[in-house]
Design a protein around this ligand. Sequence first.
Ligand SMILES: Cc1cc2nc3c(=O)[nH]c(=O)nc-3n(C[C@H](O)[C@H](O)[C@H](O)COP(=O)(O)OP(=O)(O)OC[C@H]3O[C@@H](n4cnc5c(N)ncnc54)[C@H](O)[C@@H]3O)c2cc1C
Length: 394
Amino acid sequence: MSGNSISQPFDVVIIGGGAIGCFAAYYLRSRPAPPRVAVIERDPAYRLASTPRASGGVRRLFAAPENIALSNFSIPVFQDFASLMEVDGERPDIGFRKNGYLFIVPPQAVATLERNFERQRRLGVNVALLTPAEVKARFPSMRVDDLGAAVHSPDDGWLDPHSTLMAVRRKAVALGAEFVADEVTALHAAGGLVRSVELASGAQLRTGAVVNAAGAWAAQICAMVGMEVPIAPLRRYEHYFECEEPIEPLPYVKDTNRLAFRPEGKGYSGGVPTLREPRGFNFEMDHGYFENIVWPALAHRFPQFEKTRCKSTLPGLYDQNDFDGNPIIGPWSGGLANFHLAAGFSGHGLMHAPGSGLAISEYILDGRCSSLDLDRLGWQRIVAGQPYPEQGII
Ligand SMILES: Cc1cc2nc3c(=O)[nH]c(=O)nc-3n(C[C@H](O)[C@H](O)[C@H](O)COP(=O)(O)OP(=O)(O)OC[C@H]3O[C@@H](n4cnc5c(N)ncnc54)[C@H](O)[C@@H]3O)c2cc1C
């Protein structure tokens, strides 16, 4: 649909049609008497978007109750995707694998891991605290002599990000969300509210509310209304590699030295994300990164990876919240009241997209989010200068 042919006005304009924007559209349009929703996406093939470049890990292993709540809501949605996202009798397969997650930590991080484990258990997560010997018994290929403990969550796992995005987008369209292939270039406000959204095609969309779901580009959208957010693009590589030596079936393994990987087809998918990376829209490849950083980390943990071969690498962007590594979800309190943020997910955005979409729909339609208690993830903490970071979780 092109900008000029759109009839107006909209109740909600969502900027960005990645996972976050699509789930927001899905939940808004799932209401009885749904609002009129437009999703503006300038890159409908998603060539640079973060969602299709994600690793696909979905886990409940967080410290903040809000993040655990987002996962507790979102992961069952992914499990039920085939029926929830069915369109015209077609049930999408998003390759959900409930093969578990394993967080492994050195001795000095055990106390934090145990605190997080207790909280996860209290919040209903199926988790087991394992000694290094117990880890070895389950995953005999893993080197454990430098580990202090591990937490295993068997109900977590991974999925295929691209099929997930396509399925929720298709469902949102089927429910009546209008996708517009265009770029948002300006936002016009008056009387404390955003009144219209200007597109590169020249179209102006009048709207009752706006959702900034522009991911790594979210700060650019905020700048259009004079809002400064601490969200910046952070390059991160996802590698696909194979191993000549056999290894037993593994869960998604996450090491505190930031190694994170999971089985994928005949091999594995993962990498070693780092925060020590200049912020910016950088999609350049560093061909030495796998060999110099990822390979030693893999071979340290599993001797079989001495013989690994990296077959492909894809760079993508985290929408990194440099304030505290957690998303900002909800209205711009103290600013334009109908301008909503759902960005800054810092590497957790795909797994938390259903819960965030639900929250945004409730903030807009009900004035508050009652299904999930996400108050502490709101804009207020940034204004108050009170970071709310995860503890011991990467
Ligand atoms: C390598 C890598 C691995 C990751 N692994 C995981 C993982 O295992 N699990 C997990 O949960 N998350 C993971 N993530 C993070 C996850 O991918 C993101 O948090 C999530 O996809 C963010 O979704 P989004 O919809 O906000 O952003 P995007 O998918 O980037 O969508 C934003 C969209 O906004 C559009 N846009 C921007 N500006 C404009 C404009 N002015 N006008 C119109 N459209 C605009 C863009 O074109 C883009 O399509 C990973 C990320 C990377 C890079």
